[in-house]
Every structure is written in structure tokens, then in C-alpha cells.
Design a protein around this ligand. Structure first.
Ligand SMILES: [Fe+2]
Length: 184
């Protein structure tokens, strides 16, 4: 809001009693690209940008923008997270993850995943141009490495866009799944 002196000082206002009460611990927050810091994260090949939700929600939620900054040299290994849930939306690039339900999923732009805490998974491929938004509940979450789940077949069932599997020439992992992808 403009002040009389044309500065952009925000104006404090009293919240009317007839409006709903903001939930405890939550406050309005705006995240601007040039003000949000990059932060260390779980994986060295990603750069994480903290969108500030953890601070604005008293730790209830965390939301990061996560971009590849280097090629993924090996899979993360099977693990699960200690949290209620994790959600990721892929903006750009490709991510391939094996899941304990026997599937291996190739996610591309517009795809999303909701992973409840405790679900075992193994991230086996991330393209160098990957950009995603990741959200977790609560904000703090741990990572527990585990063995490959017993009883899983050697070849998991590929899911996701077939064209995704076939279009990404760098998706060498597809050869592991005998999908007929030929790198050039
Ligand atoms: Fe994970």
C-alpha cells in the first residue's frame, strides 16, 4: 500500500472480529525469488530454495524449490522418510523412482507424487535439468536407509508416460528395465 509519502511501507490493520481466526502458528508469508535463500538439503546434487513455509507455519510444513545442480551419479538407495507425508510436483526434467508397491515411476513436467511417511522408495534417476516443488508435513523430516524390500521382483513395473521413458535419451536406466530405449 502506498503511504502519503509514496513509500511502500506496509500498513498495519486491525483484523475485524467477523473474519475467521487464522490457525495457531500460521502467518501470512510471501516468498520472492530474489529474497529466498538456497539451503543445504538431503542430496548434494540438488540445490534447495527455502520458500519460507516452515518459518511461517511454526514448523508444520516445509516447501522447497529443488533444482538439479549436477548429474546424479548413483541411486539414493532404498529409504523412507520420517514424516507424515511428502509431496512433489515436477516442473521440468525427469525423475525416476522405484517404490515398494512394485512399480518404477518416471515423472515428468506436470506429474506429481504423494508419498506418506514410511513408504520405502529408491530414486534411481534425476535429469540434470530437473526442477520441482517439494512439500513435507511436518517441516522437519528424517531419512532412514533400508534394504531393498523383500519379495520385490527383480524387474519392477514401469508406470508413467511411456513417451517419458522413450523420449529422454539420457534415461539410461530405462535399459535396465528393457524398455528398448537406445541412447545416442
Ligand atoms: Fe526420498
Amino acid at each position: 500500500m502506498m503511504d502519503r509519502d509514496n513509500s511502500l511501507t506496509p500498513q498495519a490493520a486491525t483484523r475485524p472480529d467477523d473474519l475467521p481466526k487464522v490457525a495457531d502458528g500460521l502467518r501470512l508469508h510471501k516468498s520472492f525469488m530474489n529474497e529466498t535463500p538456497t539451503i543445504p538439503g538431503r542430496r548434494s546434487f540438488f540445490q534447495y530454495r527455502d520458500l519460507g513455509l516452515e518459518a511461517a507455519s511454526s514448523g508444520k510444513i516445509r516447501c522447497n524449490a529443488s533444482n538439479s545442480i549436477a548429474g546424479m551419479v548413483e541411486s539414493t538407495g532404498w529409504h523412507y522418510h520420517t514424516c507424515e507425508m511428502q509431496f512433489a510436483y515436477i516442473i521440468r526434467g525427469t525423475v525416476v523412482i522405484e517404490f515398494e508397491d512394485g512399480t518404477v515411476a518416471a515423472f515428468g513436467p506436470g506429474d506429481a507424487m504423494f508419498i506418506p511417511g514410511g513408504i520405502r522408495h529408491n530414486e534411481i534417476y534425476v535429469s540434470e535439468d530437473k526442477q520441482s516443488i517439494e512439500l513435507s508435513l511436518p517441516g522437519m523430516m528424517g531419512t532412514i536407509n533400508v534394504p531393498r524390500p523383500e519379495g520385490l521382483p527383480d524387474q519392477l513395473t514401469p508406470v508413467g508416460s511411456t513417451s517419458r521413458w522413450h523420449s529422454d535419451q539420457r534415461l539410461g536406466i530405462a535399459q535396465t528395465y528393457q524398455l528398448g530405449v537406445h541412447t545416442v
